[in-house]
Design a protein around this ligand. Structure first.
Ligand SMILES: [Zn+2]
Length: 87
């Protein structure tokens, strides 16, 4: 499991099959955007995008970044959420 608040690093870690803890606003639309941004096609068909797996009850000790993971999201991050690629 890795923690990042950078969308590019997020995509990279996702491709490496990590489960990622990232600041998230909790918005349904935003989750859709993240899903679209992380979906990519490859030779074997479409890869599913990332989705939130859960919101850990025990939040990381590190300070929550003020901004949501998704760069064009204007919402403030409300918590860390666990993301993973759904297959
Ligand atoms: Zn957001």
């Amino acid at each position: 499991m890795k923690t990042t608040s950078d969308i590019e690093e997020f995509k990279k870690l996702l491709d490496e099959k990590f489960i990622i803890l990232a600041p998230f606003c909790g918005g349904v639309d935003c989750e859709e955007d993240i899903k679209k941004a992380t979906t990519r096609e490859d030779g074997d068909g479409a890869q599913m995008g990332a989705k939130t797996l859960c919101i850990p009850l025990e939040q990381p000790k590190q300070e929550l970044p003020s901004k949501c993971l998704y760069p064009s999201c204007t919402e403030a991050a409300k918590f860390f959420a666990l993301f993973g690629r759904s297959y």
